[in-house]
Design a protein around this ligand. Sequence first.
Ligand SMILES: C[S@@+](CC[C@H](N)C(=O)[O-])C[C@H]1O[C@@H](n2cnc3c(N)ncnc32)[C@H](O)[C@@H]1O
Length: 259
Amino acid sequence: MTKKVSEMSPDEIKMAVRDTYAGLAGKSDGDCGCGPPAAKSSCCGPPSESFQESKLKEYGYSIEGLPASLTESNGSCGNPLALASLKEGETVLDLGSGAGLDAFFASQKVGESGKVIGIDMTPEMLEKARKNIDEMGVTNIEFRQGDIEALSVEDSTIDVIISNCVINLAPNKAAVFKESYRVLKPGGRMMVSDIVLKDTLPDSVRDEVASYTGCIGGAIPEEEYLQLMRDAGFIDVHVAEKAGYDIAVSAKIAATKPL
Ligand SMILES: C[S@@+](CC[C@H](N)C(=O)[O-])C[C@H]1O[C@@H](n2cnc3c(N)ncnc32)[C@H](O)[C@@H]1O
């Protein structure tokens, strides 16, 4: 019998998340990762060919001309770059970079004088992301294997942190925000898209592994999320935009490390 999430250790939860996204890295036909429950129902039947395209379009991505391998394993729930106002020469860190779509867009914005570091714990996603950027000849992105709760990044070296539908998957969200604060330069920005809750989830949903790995079960209420960011030291913590799907909301959240 499958364990309940409440009976699993943080490492067991991360293993379940890694297995899910390893599977998604190998998929070229749909999305069983994060996203609105209505859209995700397409996972259960024959995949719709245009599912990824329509989802990314809805989030404001312009993906025309990009290789399918960069877009097909996307697990986003928004578009954090819309907030990021990235500038030439900046160093960007993408937490949970997946197949590399956001890292790719960030790399175009920061240019050759800038740099993007993508961190992900799933080897299959990293392999896919590295292959994608190699094939496109992009040279200013580095993908590192690692856990966003313990970043393999030097203190005060990052201008902007982005993350798209990932922090909800971390069992220790306080650690993610503390680490993010540590690696940002003074004045650095954190701008993420993530799922937050409007209300408490029923235990049955919170305890379901598929709900956790699908970015709902591990999500926390909006105010708790913002408070964890403030507790880590961030200022100007706010929700810039939200789109709701019942109890869970896709929110664009921004914060700054004080100077
Ligand atoms: C829903 S997908 C989002 C991927 C990407 N940001 C996107 O928008 O397509 C979640 C990704 O986060 C990664 N991930 C989840 N928890 C992580 C953790 N604790 N440390 C590093 N990566 C993690 C997974 O391996 C997966 O690639």
